[in-house]
Design a protein around this ligand. Structure first.
Ligand code: NAI
Length: 468
């Protein structure tokens, strides 16, 4: 029996695409090689890391923040087993949720590794080695990404001492020392988790800034705050070796600017130097599906690959490797396959780093605007001047709004602060509607809320803030 759509991979891009396709009346099937649905995000990425980030944040707050509020709980005791069980239960609830949604939407599921035989045909090999052929008018590749490792450096991940993000979610005990290779999103989020639980964390980063690509002012301030939390930074440092030692592992790095190399030892080394598109064993070459120079599946504006009837979405194609970008592509593609006009606005994709405080941004950074020669104005407002932030002792950070100097249209919003990941969405909605900083400043914001800082930053962009 032929399906209208078969989706390979059930991460956020794939499962959302399948559900939307089914909702639009298309006969839909999915193929998944992992034991549970949900892909990296639900099983070994976004969801488990947020469970640990929240739990470790509570642990750190109990010791460092509560006494100042008059709540004395003594020195908190860590029960890592319970914390990891909380993480596992969170994952379980989410992956079961996807399974339920597949059933609810009458989506057929195939377990095993998919290979594209030709347009319209996918062969699925199960654990028992048996292959099943699935026929579908449209094939969607949503196979996501995998750990990239360090280019030119052999890293033997054992996921206990030398770990990727996967192993860093399940360490059996808190390491006394941890080196994180890569000061990007994963390095800072998971480095924060173990630092809060007691590890001495050193981040070794190639660039001369953490969070490369983020607004420079935000990244700098974030580094200061993380340093206050005990994280050590070696910037402009190129890692050239990661080796297992008797007691743990060692990391060797050299200054990018030139100079002597240095080696540091640690109980655990987390390598978080990016991810690569995952296209292994899909049979893409035989199916005439082209990859770009970075090994990603090449697609046109409608997610079609170089082979008619075969599409790709999510981490496996160009663009930021973000779950919600993949989800939106999944929805848009399902709409296109159902004959509707699916579309993703790549100009307005928020990104959040779930450190403490959080970093959230949408649209252009100041560096990008400068580079593009766009005449802009910037308005800023610090949380130290926000009443709610003071009441909660969450005064670190600020809101920065960038708007076109002539039209006042908002081009970028960057928030560093408690709850930034939630606050960013009013900026996303505003930008989706092409709003101006004046529109935002004239929108009534409830008092007292952290979000008032967003309004004040908008006031600062188009005229003057009230509370500064
Ligand atoms: P990343 O690209 O964010 O950061 C990797 C860092 O490693 C870069 O700063 C890079 O300069 C550095 N690096 C590379 N080679 C190096 C070397 N030899 N020596 C020292 N430093 C080196 O990648 P990351 O953190 O692994 O995350 C992978 C992907 O997953 C990203 O696209 C990220 O956006 C996504 N992600 C998103 C999250 C979120 O939205 N909250 C959470 C976790 C991951």
């Amino acid at each position: 029996m032929a399906y209208d759509v078969v989706v390979i991979g059930t991460g956020p891009a794939g499962y959302v695409c399948a559900i939307k396709a089914a909702q639009l009346g298309l006969r839909t099937a999915v193929v998944e090689k992992m034991a549970t649905f949900g892909g990296t995000c639900l099983n070994i990425g976004c969801i488990p890391s947020k469970a640990l980030l929240h739990a470790s944040e509570m642990f750190a707050e109990a010791e460092h923040a509560l006494p100042a509020l008059g709540v004395s709980v003594g020195k908190p005791k860590l029960d890592l087993k319970v914390m990891l069980t909380h993480k596992d239960k969170t994952v379980e609830a989410n992956v079961k949720g996807v399974e339920f949604l597949f059933k609810k939407n009458k989506i057929d599921t195939f377990r095993g590794t998919a290979k594209i035989v030709s347009a319209g045909k996918v062969s699925v090999t199960g654990e028992d080695g048996k292959a099943t052929e699935v026929e579908a008018k449209n094939i969607v590749i949503a196979t996501g990404s995998d750990v990239a490792g360090i280019p030119g450096v052999k890293v033997d991940f054992d996921e206990k001492v030398i770990v990727s993000s996967t192993g860093a979610l399940s360490l059996a005990k808190v390491p006394a020392t941890m080196v994180v290779v890569g000061g990007g999103v994963i390095g800072l989020e998971l480095g924060s988790v173990w630092a809060r639980l007691g590890a001495k964390v050193t981040v070794v980063e190639y660039l001369d800034t953490i969070l490369g690509g983020m607004d420079g002012e935000v990244a700098k301030q974030m580094q200061r705050l993380l340093a206050k939390q005990g994280l050590d930074f070696k910037l402009g440092a190129k890692v050239t070796g990661v080796e297992k030692t008797k007691k743990g592992a060692s990391v060797t790095f050299e200054p990018v600017a030139g100079g002597d190399s240095q080696t540091i030892d640690a109980d655990v080394v987390l390598v978080a130097t990016g991810r690569r598109a995952y296209t292994d064993r899909l049979g893409l070459a035989d199916a005439d599906i082209k990859l770009d120079d970075r090994g990603r599946v090449e697609v046109d504006g409608h997610f079609q690959t170089s082979a008619p009837g075969i599409y790709a979405i999510g981490d496996v194609i160009r663009g930021p490797m973000l779950a919600h970008k993949g989800e939106d592509e999944g929805v848009a593609l399902a709409e296109i396959l159902a004959g509707q006009a699916g579309h993703v606005n790549y100009e307005v994709i928020p990104s959040v780093v779930y450190t403490s405080p959080e970093v959230a941004s949408v649209g252009k950074t100041e560096e990008e605007l400068k580079k593009a020669g766009i005449d802009y104005k910037a308005g800023k407002f610090p949380f130290t001047a926000n009443g709610r932030a003071r009441a909660m002792l969450h005064t670190d950070g600020f809101v920065k709004i960038l708007a076109d100097k002539t039209t006042d249209r908002v081009l970028g919003v960057h928030i560093l602060g408690f709850g930034a990941g939630e606050m960013i969405h009013e900026a996303a909605v505003l930008m989706e509607f092409g709003g101006s900083s004046e529109d935002l400043a004239r929108t009534c914001h409830a008092h007292p809320t952290m979000s008032e800082a967003v309004k004040e930053a908008a006031l600062a962009t188009f005229f003057k803030p009230i509370h500064m």
